[in-house]
Write a protein that binds this ligand. Structure first.
Ligand code: F6R
Length: 369
């Protein structure tokens, strides 16, 4: 059942093009229309939304952080993201005009479920993004969008994360459409681009081999740092989480702009620093800033591992290792930039002899608070 792979995780990583295609199937049509009626939230309900609050844990929380960038930009609706375990303990402000989006692969995480119950008590509308059909969270929510990634056996979330992103983009674009907006043309173009993401994912998987070698060469390191800006920041957080849970290594992610406010003191000779670089196109200021962040850490001895769009020549001189990913719109980039992170963590863990399907101390679904 591992389809010829030694571990489910390896199989689940390569299944990602199919998984993302399945999330989009029937929801994005060739004429650029979105069909999300199954969500059970009507366009009228969605038009009344004044605030969005995303709650989730772990990797699902990282999907939520990315969704915030997309939703606020496309829909101009304020969007907060919070780890589910913190949510109900701080007296959050919710009402009928609040749309709470609960993201959970298993649909059973107790932290997320309790946050969903709390949100419903406060009369917010709750939309779940889940993978497991008929699980508790979608049953208790007002509406659900299933990711249809198929069963994920490896404890570390891989294909379910990419499909959560696809589902978040669908919801963001749909909200933008039903609310009728200033970015009408951009939305239509993006719907078309979202539909091509399975091919882009395939392309990354075809070119990710050097990451394997790199991971094996770093098996003796004690720390790896990750840096990102904009949507690259949650991707960096996800890269660090994967490395902790699989390789049992100290891994930490920072918003690259925060470096100078403290973390740069950690940089020392030979320290591997993985940097997620946003697309150079259209966001040149952001791009320039991260190029200087790469220079700053490299000047202090870091070994820079740079994940950047193919053709981004500005980063090449400062990259000890350059990992190229296809050019896609910035907000969609996490779907492709996450993949080298997954492969990196998985291979590094394998190099250390760890069981990547069953990392120590972890369970696939966390049903205690
Ligand atoms: C990390 C991982 C966990 C889960 C988290 C939430 O690889 O798998 O961090 O993402 O426990 O689980 P769900 O999405 O099932 O609520």
């Amino acid at each position: 059942e591992k389809g010829g792979y030694d571990y489910f995780m390896l199989k689940e990583i390569v299944e990602q093009p199919r998984a993302v295609a399945d999330t989009l199937l029937g929801r994005v049509t060739t004429d650029g229309a979105l069909h999300l009626d199954e969500m059970r939230l009507t366009p009228e309900q969605l038009r009344t939304v004044e605030k969005i609050v995303i709650i989730a844990c772990g990797t699902s929380y990282h999907a939520g952080l990315i969704a915030k960038y997309a939703i606020e930009h496309w829909c101009r609706v304020p969007c907060e993201v919070e780890v589910a375990s913190e949510f109900r303990y701080r007296d959050p402000i919710l009402d009928q005009q609040t749309l709470v989006i609960a993201i959970s692969q298993s649909g059973e995480s107790m932290d997320t479920l309790m946050a969903v119950r709390y949100a419903r008590e406060q009369r917010a509308q709750v939309l779940a993004i889940c993978n497991v059909n008929g699980s508790t969270i979608p049953r208790e929510a007002d509406g659900v969008l299933y990711t249809h990634a198929g069963p994920e056996v490896g404890v570390a979330a891989t294909k379910t994360f990419l499909t959560q992103l696809a589902a978040c983009y669908l919801i963001g674009l749909y909200l933008a459409q039903v609310r009728g907006l200033k970015y009408g043309d951009e939305i239509n173009t993006l719907i078309g681009q979202l539909a091509t993401m399975p091919e882009q994912v395939e392309q990354v998987l075809d070119t990710v081999d050097p990451v394997r070698k790199l991971a094996h060469s770093l098996a003796d390191q004690s720390t790896v740092l990750f840096l990102g800006r904009h949507v690259g920041y949650p991707v960096a957080l996800e890269g660090a989480l994967k490395l902790k849970e699989l390789a049992y290594m100290h891994a930490e992610a920072f918003a690259a702009g925060e470096l100078k406010h403290g973390p740069i003191a950690l940089i020392e000779e030979g320290l591997p620093v993985v940097v997620v670089v946003p697309s150079p196109e259209g966001r040149s200021v952001l791009h320039d800033k991260i190029v200087s962040n790469i220079q700053e850490v490299r000047a202090r001895g870091a070994r820079t591992i740079v994940i950047a769009e193919k053709g981004d020549e500005a980063v090449r001189p400062y990259s000890d290792v350059l990992i190229e990913i296809p050019a896609v719109p910035t907000l969609l980039q996490p779907i492709v930039s996450t993949i080298p992170m997954q492969v990196f963590a998985c291979e590094l863990a394998l190099a250390k002899g760890n069981d990547v399907d069953q990392p120590r101390n972890l369970a696939k679904s966390v049903t205690v608070e």
